[in-house]
Design a protein around this ligand. Structure first.
Ligand SMILES: [Zn+2]
Length: 173
């Protein structure tokens, strides 16, 4: 499933890192840093988001909207759980979203627009730029993405391996 037709998520306070990595993978993922259950539930309903939670007390609530209980406390394994449960493609639309604002980046039509805001060596070397419509930050693909991309690909490989074996999203290889 690609990010544009994918479910949207709402992460509880214990899942900040998972939220960041879902955004890196291109998925619409919101985060409540001081989440009390009623706020999580209200926001999930209002915005049509699936709750991702580590909070077992939340699970006991009646009429809980769509949710997934995350059993592991490491972000890599958590991402495997979410990708497995919802059939997410973690690499297809990676790096298409502003990590700070959780909105899709937009291509910048004219390179001249960014000449004043990016370093000169970047402007000379990079062909195309993207901008965040919310915070205005300018992005370009560069070597700083290399390590993040490797880590994301490693998680995607774990997801693929589990899918091959027909195991559940929480099973270990
Ligand atoms: Zn932004």
């Amino acid at each position: 499933m690609s990010a544009s037709e994918a479910p949207r998520f709402l992460c509880d306070a214990m899942l900040g890192k998972l939220c960041k990595w879902l955004r890196i993978a291109g998925f619409d993922s919101a985060y409540l840093s001081h989440s009390v259950p009623v706020q999580l539930v209200d926001r999930a309903r209002r915005e049509g988001r699936i709750i991702l939670t580590r909070n077992t007390k939340l699970l006991a609530r009646e009429n809980l909207p769509a949710h997934l209980f995350i059993s592991d406390d490491r972000w890599e394994a958590q991402l495997v759980e979410v990708a497995g449960a919802f059939g997410l493609d973690l690499v297809a639309e990676a790096f298409a979203r502003c990590l700070a604002c959780n909105v899709n980046l937009e291509p910048i039509e004219s390179r001249a627009e960014v000449e004043a805001v990016v370093p000169e060596y970047v402007y000379r070397r990079v062909v195309s730029f993207h901008g965040c419509p919310a915070c205005g930050k300018v992005f370009w693909s560069g070597t700083h993405l290399g390590r993040m991309e490797q880590r994301l690909r490693a998680v995607a490989e774990r997801v693929a391996k589990i899918a091959e074996k027909g195991g559940g999203p929480g099973s270990e290889e």
